[in-house]
Design a binder for this molecule. Sequence first.
Ligand SMILES: Cc1cc2nc3c(=O)[nH]c(=O)nc-3n(C[C@H](O)[C@H](O)[C@H](O)COP(=O)(O)O)c2cc1C
Length: 206
Amino acid sequence: MRPDETYQLLRSLTSPVVAITSERAGKRNGMISDSAVRASIVPEIPRISVYIHKFNFSHDLIFDTGRFALHLLRNDQFDLIHRLGFTSGRARDKLADVPHRPGMLGVPVLDECYAHFECRVANVMDTGSSTCFLGDVVEVGYGASTGPRGTVMTAAHFRTNMPPQWREEYETLLAAAQRFAAERSRDIKPVYRAPPPAPSGRVAAP
Ligand SMILES: Cc1cc2nc3c(=O)[nH]c(=O)nc-3n(C[C@H](O)[C@H](O)[C@H](O)COP(=O)(O)O)c2cc1C
């Protein structure tokens, strides 16, 4: 099968579009991902995994601190995806105009989202070009104006309905990420990560 046909099939495995926030030494940040999935079937041990490319600023913040918050988004939050997912937070504070508060782990929790999960990194896996973070969910909540209803932003909904003026930039950024990944993906390193302290947080019923 042609590689681009394979890639289109792999797109069937993308996750909802989520916003991931992080914080290190007072520097806060947010990015967008469509590679987060449920990583546990045990309701009492909720876990999430997500792949984050090493060129992203968020990667280093999460790797160094072992903390992140992952937000399911409403399916009308296109502007937030553009704000967090099209430029890097290395040079500017992308959360400056995004209402948020510190969560129980000290990581920014966005007021506007479908729901959020605060996570402690339990383990990592190197892919060469990215790190797969396995997160223990320690706190859960709904967004300020959603509650348990509303519709979650999926990758397919975003790709189909994003404003047309963003599409060229999106394709350019994707192509650059693919070039980076192509160069690095075969250089997989074993990673040792010390186990985090036992979670002190509880999982709150939303
Ligand atoms: C729809 C969409 C999905 C994305 N999925 C991922 C992903 O799964 N992993 C990743 O590392 N970057 C992903 N990105 C790219 C990052 O969000 C983007 O590079 C961002 O600018 C990183 O910001 P930072 O450098 O401030 O961390 C995605 C972007 C978009 C728009």
